[in-house]
Design a binder for this molecule. Structure first.
Ligand code: THU
Length: 134
């Protein structure tokens, strides 16, 4: 089973492919799905700025495209002074597919790491129970 170091390595590699002509800020993400498979993504920007997508979104899309909808661990990495944290939208996206107790590891290229439980990622998260009034 791949471990955190494997995910950091996968996220570091895919980060190189990030398409970032506007921000110059490359991000890589790797997700460990419940079956032990690893799915990666990088940020892909667009001249129409809001159309750009984050690394986490790419990794989630790759996992779902392969037929899987649950993960146990996710890593995000960038060349940042402190371990890069997922943006608000990505926190919501990650929570959609995270197993209970899933770990999110944030990292930078210097080897600094920070890790948290997915439940601490987005207090007050909007969830499907809020759509059920019965
Ligand atoms: N970015 C990500 O890919 N993931 C995040 O969680 C934070 C931000 C990207 C989006 C944009 O391409 C660049 O970083 C600068 O915001």
């Amino acid at each position: 089973m791949p471990d955190t170091a494997d995910l950091i390595s996968a996220a570091t590699s895919v980060r190189e492919n990030a398409y970032v002509p506007y921000s110059g800020f490359k991000v890589g993400a790797a997700i460990l799905a419940s079956d032990g498979s690893v799915h990666v993504g990088c940020n892909v920007e667009n001249v129409a700025y809001p159309e750009g997508t984050c690394a986490e979104a790419g990794a989630i899309a790759a996992m779902v495209a392969s037929g899987l909808t649950c993960f146990d661990e996710a890593v995000v990495i960038a060349d940042s002074p402190v371990p890069v944290t997922p943006c608000g939208g990505c926190r919501q996206k990650l929570l959609e597919f995270a197993n209970e107790g899933a770990r999110i590891t944030m990292a930078n290229l210097e080897g600094d790491k920070r890790d948290m439980n997915v439940s601490d990622l987005l207090p007050g998260v909007f969830d499907r129970a809020q759509m059920d009034k019965t």
